[in-house]
Design a binder for this molecule. Structure first.
Ligand SMILES: Nc1ncnc2c1ncn2[C@@H]1O[C@H](COP(=O)(O)OP(=O)(O)OP(=O)(O)O)[C@@H](O)[C@H]1O
Ligand SMILES: [Mg+2]
Length: 622
């Protein structure tokens, strides 16, 4: 009994609880089990309950974030966008000027015409004349009734004009670079409005390459994007594993624009859907809409009606999984689209949500196998940036796509430098000094565990360190959150102190640092959150400020989360423990630890002699 008591105390200390709390908790446990139950007081039998009791004994001090609020508000935003426009053409009217630039596809190219889909209309021009690619937002789909359904309108002019200045454009078109970093770091990969391409060079591209340039404004493909698009267009199931910021969205958005009909995208969160829909409609001019159970009945009915029409205007329909799980009218619409040959494909984004071994399991994702069952000939593409080997197997099984083409890029982000710093006795002062000494005037995120921590950290940095920061959590009103995002995106403020609510959909290219003021709840979450850094592939730093005590706060948060009932609590604790182990690595390579967590074999020398070695590799080589 005494040995078991000592083991339980040591367990509590390991999880960051202080000795006094642990001893009081143990006394309660002994009292609870009484004399007859003493043999049950073991780590194996009641360790988890003991930790839960400890977490509950100290809960109440912190204000955990509630992502549900964020979801309801995202639904509100989307509903507002579509409400104004649904009766006419299903394009959101966020920006009246942008809307003027959009035409709806009233016809789609036939599959056999794909070869010519991106045929460029130069009929009214001298063939030799060189043409200029204009802004992405001015790319048009053909107006209603146009016979040239395969035409892409690049400007308001009645004919296209391209100017050539780039002499060796061809050498910049890269389908599958062996090393992503060398190719992409050479340029951002995105065309500037003043960059121009020769007509011949455009002609030499295949359809997928041309769509990448013309519709998405990208100069090159990132690793595996071209193959993913090509496989999916051949109606093959695909499983795409790419790192955070690797460009997974393009793998399905591009094929969606090249096929007749509608591609159905299942995404777990409305906040993510909101971002995608705004980007597609307003930046690329690709009609996309959404369906969700929180929408009003009339909004949903309008979307369903449009989908039942002979030529639905939208190319991508985003849905949350519960739509698929239990909605008869939606199933009937899918059947109707399929009969007309207009069900182009299914996409399961953030596919790790399928697996209960994943860090973000969504029970509604389990039902998605019915897609392949009901529509065996319609291709399914699953995408994720965070899947261990067991999660991968689970995804293929649950989605019923055992023969999918697996397109797997390394999860490594070579430009990210991973490091952990032990917290000092004055952690806020330490944070301020870190930001001032190493990240002055650079764009970054300071992740905090709770809402009150965000506010406190932001206030300290503003007042004591004179670093201009803003804070962001799900408890802010939608308008306040938008204001924060805007200030950050425009560079008015460089640093945001945020909960994980700020991770979703954040796609700012030049985030130079991500500091975790408190550890993440799992390796997967950490990989996702730190993955907001360096999406332009330039060197960036991911720092964790660590102290054991913070781990007990993570336990409290896990306990308080609605999803963490007793059966999943254990799994969550195991995942949190791995994050703790990552932080406590003394000499081992952190990059190797992260990648091996996802089942990727990794040579330490790659980190050590790479462009951004982790702190332990740096120490080892000095
Ligand atoms: N070929 C390309 N050339 C240039 N930029 C690209 C290319 N492909 C994607 N991008 C840009 O890279 C950024 C990240 O892309 P995307 O959001 O699809 O990443 P992701 O893989 O889905 O990441 P996450 O796992 O974080 O969701 C976007 O801003 C996108 O426009
Ligand atoms: Mg994504």
């Amino acid at each position: 009994m005494e040995i078991e008591k000592a083991r339980l105390i040591s367990l509590a200390l390991d999880f960051g609880f202080d000795e006094e709390t642990a001893k009081t908790g143990l006394d309660h446990l002994v009292h609870l089990y009484g004399d007859e139950g003493q043999e049950f007081i073991t780590v194996e039998h009641c360790g988890d309950d003991f930790l839960v009791a400890l977490a509950e004994s100290i809960k109440g001090n912190e204000d955990w974030d509630d992502l549900q609020t964020l979801e309801s508000q995202a639904c509100g935003t989307l509903a507002d966008m579509f409400d104004k426009d649904v009766p006419n053409n299903h394009i959101p009217a966020v920006d009246a000027n942008a809307k003027k630039n959009l035409y709806i596809i009233h016809d789609s190219p036939e599959p056999q015409k794909r070869q010519n889909f991106m045929h460029l209309d130069s009929s009214s021009d001298n063939e030799d004349e060189e043409f200029k690619i204009l802004e992405k937002s001015s790319i048009r789909y053909p107006p209603s009734g146009s016979k040239r359904v395969s035409q892409v309108f690049l400007s308001t002019n009645s004919f296209l004009k391209f100017e050539t200045q780039i002499c060796d454009y061809k050498s910049n078109i890269t389908r599958d670079p062996v090393s992503s970093s060398s190719n992409i770091s050479a340029s951002s990969g995105t065309l500037n409005t003043n960059e121009t391409l020769s007509y011949e060079m455009l002609q030499s591209l295949d359809d997928i390459e041309l769509a990448n340039v013309v519709i998405f404004g990208n100069r090159i493909f990132r690793p595996l994007q071209h193959q993913a698009c090509s496989e999916y267009l051949k109606n093959r199931d695909c499983f795409v594993l790419m790192p955070t910021g690797g460009g997974k969205s393009l793998c399905y958005q591009l094929p969606a624009t090249m096929q007749p009909g509608v591609t159905i995208v299942i995404s777990p969160l409305l906040s993510l859907i909101q971002d995608q829909i705004i980007t597609l409609n307003l930046k690329f001019g690709i009609p996309a809409t959404f369906l969700n159970s929180q929408q009003s009945a009339s909004q949903a009915a309008a979307v369903l009606q449009e989908l039942r029409s002979d030529k639905p205007s939208c190319k991508l329909l985003y849905v949350t999984p519960e739509r698929i799980a239990g909605n008869l009218s939606f199933h009937e619409v899918l059947k109707c689209l399929h009969l007309k040959g207009l069900l182009a494909g299914f996409v399961v984004d953030e596919a790790h949500c399928v697996s209960q071994w994943g860090h973000d399991f969504r029970p509604d994702y389990r039902i998605l196998g019915c897609l392949k069952q009901n529509f065996p000939n319609v291709p399914v593409m699953a995408l994720t940036a965070t899947a261990t080997q067991s999660v991968r197997q689970d995804i293929l099984k649950v989605l019923r796509i055992p023969n999918a083409t697996v397109l797997e890029a390394s999860f490594d982000r070579p430009n990210l430098k991973y490091e952990v710093m032990g917290k000092t006795k004055e952690p806020l002062k330490q944070l301020g000094e870190l930001l001032l000494s190493r990240f002055k005037n650079l764009c970054g995120i300071v992740y905090c565990l709770s809402k009150n921590e965000c506010v406190e950290v932001s206030k300290y940095l503003n007042e004591k360190c004179k670093i201009k920061t803003v804070y962001y959590h799900a408890g802010l009103a939608a308008r306040q959150r938008m204001a924060v995002q805007q200030k950050w995106h425009t560079g008015e403020v460089h640093v945001v102190c945020a909960t994980i609510a700020f991770g979703m959909g954040i796609d700012k290219p030049d985030v130079r640092f991500v500091v975790h003021n408190t550890i993440s709840k799992s390796i997967e979450s950490y990989y996702q959150e730190s993955g907001r850094a360096g999406r332009d592939n330039l060197p960036s730093v991911c720092t964790v400020l660590y102290q054991k005590k913070d781990f007990s706060r993570v336990v409290c948060m896990l306990r308080s989360g609605q999803g963490y009932k007793s059966q999943t609590f254990k799994l969550a604790m195991e995942q949190a423990k791995k994050m703790q182990q990552y932080c406590e690595l003394k000499t081992e390579c952190r990059r190797k630890n992260l990648l091996e967590h996802f089942g990727e074999a990794f040579e330490r020398s790659v980190c050590r002699y790479g462009s951004s070695p982790c702190d332990n590799c740096l120490k080892a080589s000095s």
